[in-house]
Design a protein around this ligand. Structure first.
Ligand SMILES: [Zn+2]
Length: 366
């Protein structure tokens, strides 16, 4: 699918998008979409000095929902390089030597993800809860993958992109053969995960505080807005109670990550001293159990204004802020706004429906 978004500035981007690869990865290919992202990026390696000369950013990223290769910069230069960029990436086959070398880099990046307490905890917890390794994959699969297996994988999953998104002054016409990958997948709680956990360092003194719940079909946009109400800024209920009043933590985050187009969760995360673990859960539960007291109508209205301003700012930077153009509309807060569903009572009712439904998880004994 060709997608065009009009840029309000001279900044532009071309984004070649392969959807839903990571969520469908199975043994022995867990983490191989990410490796493909690294390897296919070498298609334009000989152009890097030209990109630098013209102030073009050339990069790629792998998330659970898509792998994207992109160029960003002033439109006249993005246009100059766009077609060649796409053609080269789509027709690239890495050599055996490049495959062996880049696999080492990807394994180093993999290990880096387990040096930080929070990211290490979250990756292991996803293995325990959902039997799922995410974009970074599984060490064993990456180590044992043969060059021939890799080529077969790339041919199967990366021959056709799903989307080509151009942000600029007017559409450019590329005739590509597109795939339509299914991005729906329900993740069930697993009680029999056989995935090995990555050994993490002994994180002395600090414990992860994690409250986790699954979202039903249409709850995701409500959860996104509820997260802002609960944790955006120093005046948010979670910052005030956890940080200011009780001095338990430096940060507290609330988010609603999408695993797929039809499965998402809501998570509250912070990191506290071991001895405060239990009490922090109590402080957070107290907020969740008294949402009407902690979330005033004024706070609600302020956050709506804040959201609309964020949208306006994102629109100015839409060349680099592409998520809006590839996220299903029903999953966005815009959908609630446009359909007059974003009311105080709807969001409070959503939060009340989650009372008592958050699992308490930690990397230390609770
Ligand atoms: Zn990487």
């Amino acid at each position: 699918m060709n997608i065009f978004a009009k840029s309000p500035t001279k900044l532009s981007s071309i984004n070649l998008i392969y959807s839903g690869k990571v969520i469908h990865e199975k043994k022995p290919f867990r983490g191989v979409s990410h490796l493909a992202e690294h390897l296919m990026s070498y298609a334009v390696r000989d152009l890097e000095s030209e990109y630098d000369k013209y102030g073009i950013i050339s990069n790629a990223c792998t998330g659970p929902l898509y792998v994207s290769f992109y160029l960003q910069g002033l439109e006249r230069y993005v246009k100059k390089f766009a077609e060649d960029f796409i053609t080269k990436i789509m027709s690239f086959t890495p050599s055996r030597e490049l495959f062996e070398r880049e696999r080492k880099v990807v394994l180093e990046e993999y290990k880096d993800c387990f040096t930080d307490q929070i990211s290490s905890y979250l990756l292991n917890q996803s293995r325990i809860n959902y039997d799922y390794c995410g974009a970074i994959g599984y060490r064993e699969d990456l180590e044992n993958l043969s060059y021939e297996q890799y080529l077969e994988f790339q041919k199967t999953f990366f021959s056709k992109p799903d989307k080509l998104l151009y942000v600029g002054s007017k559409p450019i016409d590329f005739k590509l053969d597109f795939a339509t990958t299914d991005c729906n997948k329900i993740f069930n709680f697993s009680n029999s995960s056989t995935l090995k956990l990555e050994q993490q360092s002994e994180f002395k003194e600090k414990a992860v505080v994690h409250l986790h719940t699954q979202l039903a079909g249409n709850e995701l946009p409500y959860a996104k807005f509820a997260c802002a109400l609960l944790s955006k800024g120093m005046d948010s209920p979670l910052f005030r109670t956890v940080r200011e009043e009780n001095a338990l933590a430096y940060f507290v985050n609330c988010g609603a990550p999408s695993f797929s187009y039809n499965f998402a969760t809501m998570d509250i995360l912070t990191q506290v001293s071991d001895e405060n673990l239990q009490f922090t859960f109590e402080v957070i539960e107290n907020v969740l159990n008294n949402v009407e007291k902690f979330i005033t109508r004024k706070r609600f209205n302020d956050m709506i204004t804040s959201y609309k301003i964020t949208l306006e700012k994102d629109d100015i930077n839409r060349y680099s802020n592409i998520s809006k153009f590839i996220t299903p509309y029903e999953n966005t807060i815009d959908y609630l706004l446009d359909n007059k569903l974003l009311t105080y009572s709807n969001v409070i009712d959503f939060l009340k429906s989650k009372q008592g439904k958050f699992y308490h998880f930690s990397d230390k004994k609770i």
